[in-house]
Design a protein. Structure first.
Length: 379
């Protein structure tokens, strides 16, 4: 028996690979000689770097960068064996780096994300996967661009300040001092956000409140971003604030697309392609997937359904495990997951359920019982 295991992380509990190892342990209790192939799963958000580095035998690098409020911190990124860099913008510019009282998108910057890219360029990387989930920013990505040498200049020819406030000072954009190697680089952005840059569905209106913005701040920032988009058209005629994903990460998606020629892709699809998951699934007997919580959102392009779609392309049975199952999960069955199983085995508190050791054992034990059922009915 050949089993391909591709389980997304149980956030706050098990990483993608830890969940995979737990499922493999349960399988081997029933089929000791089964071949289990564990593939990392991520969607471009938290855990993407660790999943790809561990799953593809890459390495981690650390460098000093600027956090969202201009303080110096140490952030990590990944280098894969083919010298592709994997970066999570949240490592340098993420909301989790701030206390609730520090959240203020008028002043938070993506400068540190640009510093991560710059460090990887100096290391020799020319291909990039950048996950842009979890941002603390709404600066249109100008901080990131400044770190790479772009001139985001005020009326006096000086670099504008950090954050959305810097957008209000913007009078000129140029690439005179951009790091030369940038033109050799190729950027793939892992992002499932489709919001435009501006308007009622733009980044200010939809995402800025969780980053500390009030109603007046949202109105002002949306205006600043609209002006920035108009100025960007002079730099790149193709620039459009209405492009799907332009509003991702407070407009960082817009900056990466129209200043770095990046392509935005579904995070799950991008990671599955890089890990060559489809090649493994082709010859599998069973495919096992899952995530921390299966619900109606799982049917909207998240990892388990994406994996199931590939599996059904080759007629493979798909089993999913999750920490919890919510209402409307039957959509998962309609989209290729043949059966799903919550792993909780007794009444417990959330803290107990998310304890790493408990979650690992619960997943292994549940996988064992499901495989025992398969063994019984396959005799």
């Amino acid at each position: 028996m050949k089993v391909v295991i591709a389980i997304d992380s149980f956030k706050g509990s098990l990483s993608s690979l830890e969940a995979g190892r737990a499922a493999a342990e349960g399988i081997h209790r029933v089929f000791p000689n089964a071949e289990t192939i564990i593939r990392p799963v991520a969607d471009g958000g938290e855990g993407t770097v660790d999943a790809l580095v561990a799953g593809l035998n890459g390495q981690l690098r650390e460098t000093e960068v600027t956090d969202p409020l201009g303080r110096k911190i140490t952030a990590k990124y990944g280098i894969l064996p083919d010298n592709m860099a994997v970066i999570e913008m949240a490592a340098a510019s993420g909301l989790t780096l701030l206390s609730e009282s520090e959240r203020d998108p008028m002043h938070t910057t993506t400068y540190g994300t640009g510093e991560l890219i710059l460090n990887a360029i100096h290391y020799g990387c020319r291909d990039y996967i950048i996950g842009i989930g979890g941002s603390a920013t709404n600066d249109g990505g100008i901080g990131c661009l400044q770190a790479l040498g772009f001139g985001m200049l005020d009326k006096n020819g000086q670099q504008v300040g950090y954050g959305a406030k810097g957008l209000s000072q913007l009078a000129e954009i140029n690439d005179t001092n951009v790091v030369p190697e940038l033109k050799e680089c190729r950027f793939h952005i892992a992002c499932d956000v489709t919001n435009p840059l501006c308007g009622e569905n733009g980044c200010s209106a939809v995402f800025a409140p969780q980053k500390g913005a009030d109603a007046e701040m949202i109105r002002i920032m949306d205006k600043y971003l609209g002006n920035y988009a108009e100025m960007t058209k002079r730099y790149n005629q193709a620039a459009s604030p209405d492009t799907a994903g332009a509003g991702a990460a407070g407009g960082l998606g817009f900056a990466l697309m129209y200043y770095l020629n990046a392509t935005l892709e579904s995070g799950v699809q991008l990671i599955m392609r890089e890990t060559k998951l489809e090649e493994s699934i082709k010859n599998a007997d069973i495919v096992i997937t899952g995530e921390g919580c299966l619900d109606s959102q799982s049917a909207m392009g998240k990892a388990p359904v994406g994996i199931a779609t590939i599996a059904k392309k080759y007629g493979k049975p798909v089993i999913a495990f999750s920490g919890a199952v919510k209402d409307s999960t039957e959509f998962c069955n309609q989209l290729g997951i043949d059966a799903f199983f919550p792993i909780l085995r007794r009444v417990s508190t959330l803290e107990q359920a998310m304890d790493k050791s408990n979650a690992y054992n619960n997943l292994a034990d549940t996988a064992e019982q499901v495989l025992r059922t398969i063994k019984t009915f396959s005799k």
